[in-house]
Design a protein around this ligand. Sequence first.
Ligand SMILES: C[S@@+](CC[C@H](N)C(=O)[O-])C[C@H]1O[C@@H](n2cnc3c(N)ncnc32)[C@H](O)[C@@H]1O
Length: 236
Amino acid sequence: MERIIIDHEDVLKMLDEWMEKRDGEWWDHFYHDHARPIPFFSNVPDISLAKWLDVSKITPGRSLDIGCGNGRNTLYLAMQGWQATGIDISNEAIAWAKQLDSHQQAHYQCTSLEKYEDHPHTYDLILDSGCFHHIKPHRRQDYLTRIQTLLKPDGYFLMTCFNMKEGAPITDEQVYLDRSMHGGMGFTRLKLETILTHYFTILDIHEMEATDDPAYFGQDFLWVILMKQKEETTHE
Ligand SMILES: C[S@@+](CC[C@H](N)C(=O)[O-])C[C@H]1O[C@@H](n2cnc3c(N)ncnc32)[C@H](O)[C@@H]1O
């Protein structure tokens, strides 16, 4: 049947369908074998998260881990006293997270951020470790405004995403020419700042510390960005 474009959402849906698939089923396959040598197939937190919690002395509140995978950061937050929720589009990832969380210290839900329902301004901390670099450019606005809505006015948004050492060196335009995110987009500091300052105030941006310490995940091919809501914005 001929596609008829009526509104912006129809354009976005067309682009979704046009692109290489990276849906829940694709990620289910990715997570199926837990023994694969994938750096984040471990049960330790990001070194950046653990150190920031320690140094900031932030009082534990409610946290949301977007694209939580096997829940390693969600569970760490719960163990630090946070009321922690992890969401992911992969059933396999959520099943693994529930298995690792044997004392049921956190909550997990199989859903995308875009479909996740909760009250506005609920979270003191929203974490994204490795999800944003998979979000297609035409869906960034939905993704980031959803985070603005869910974050408390004085909440923090801590993101980790590919820099140019490991992420695909592609432009936003190239994504559509190739119909692919090439396994995750690499960001220059300038590109990240240009996108993120449209939505948030950036408090800090640095390369993740690489570490061999088995208690932490630390790789220097990732950016760590700490953000807050912009002063003037209220999102309902
Ligand atoms: C690179 S993995 C990172 C997993 C985990 N945060 C970690 O660091 O171990 C990216 C995850 O994001 C999930 N994901 C991708 N798009 C998503 C979306 N729109 N909403 C929620 N999760 C998503 C994938 O299923 C995948 O588990």
